[in-house]
Ligand binder design. Structure first.
Ligand code: DX5
Ligand code: ZN
Length: 224
């Protein structure tokens, strides 16, 4: 069945000297979301940026701000992101003993709650949490850097989550982040992704951003 696919470009790969121009170009290219890769230097090796970048861009666009918090202590930062204009906030399953409470806090702040899992977190652990999650994001790589290779076992994990969501009658969207490119997009979308994050593939596409977006959307339109 043909599905509408959401493309969420990872700003990690954008030109930070000209972010406003980048946002304009991504919107014109047909992206519906903007993916903010926020890294704390503890959960990940490097530090990137926090909510201040989302806040600076908020007035420029109505695109959905998809804020990926690669933090060991996201609970301290949820309000800051909500105040900065985040539409969705993702927290990692690996950093909390109370994922349902944390997802509920995100919803209470008026944002979509996104539960994200690293490649070594079992999908089965997510079943009781689906009612609290507007989105589950499956990492195709271990977080930390753009341009890493997709871990092939991710495809089976997407399928497992797709059937868990469908059989349970949940409305949770599946987002896939890391290593989605020309050679992996088809399996990611066919396995059941609703949202794909794209960093290096989209920003380095020789045909430009719009062609990269069309590439993803065509796969979904052909029956994904
Ligand atoms: C990885 C980040 C991803 C990544 C995507 O830590 O969460 O969003 O930058 O970049 P690509 O598409 O190049 O893997
Ligand atoms: Zn990300």
């Amino acid at each position: 069945m043909a599905r509408d696919l959401i493309v969420s470009p990872s700003l990690l790969c954008a030109d930070f000297a000209h972010l406003a121009r980048e946002v304009e170009a991504l919107e014109a290219a047909g992206c519906q979301w903007l993916h903010f890769d926020c890294m704390d230097g503890h959960f990940t090796d490097q530090v990137t940026y926090g909510q201040i970048v989302a806040k600076a861009l908020r007035d420029l666009t109505d695109l959905f701000f998809d804020c990926h918090l690669m933090f060991t202590n996201p609970e301290k930062h949820l309000e800051y992101f909500a105040d900065a204009g985040a539409d969705g906030i993702s927290i990692h399953h690996e950093v909390t003993d109370q994922p349902a409470e944390m997802l509920q806090r995100i919803r209470d702040l008026g944002c979509k709650a996104n539960l994200t899992v690293n490649p070594d977190t079992p999908i089965a652990a997510l079943e009781p949490l689906l009612p609290y999650a507007d989105v589950v994001m499956i990492m195709g790589v271990f977080p930390g850097y753009a341009g890493q290779s997709y871990m092939p076992e991710t495809t089976g994990r997407i399928q497992e989550l797709r059937s868990m969501i469908d059989s349970g009658g949940h409305e949770t969207l599946i987002e896939v982040d890391g290593g989605v490119n020309a050679s992996t997009a088809e399996q990611v979308i066919r396995a059941g992704a609703d949202v794909v994050v794209s960093g290096s593939f989209l920003f380095e596409h020789p045909g430009g951003y719009a062609e990269a977006v069309r590439f993803f959307k065509n796969i979904a339109a052909q029956g994904g």
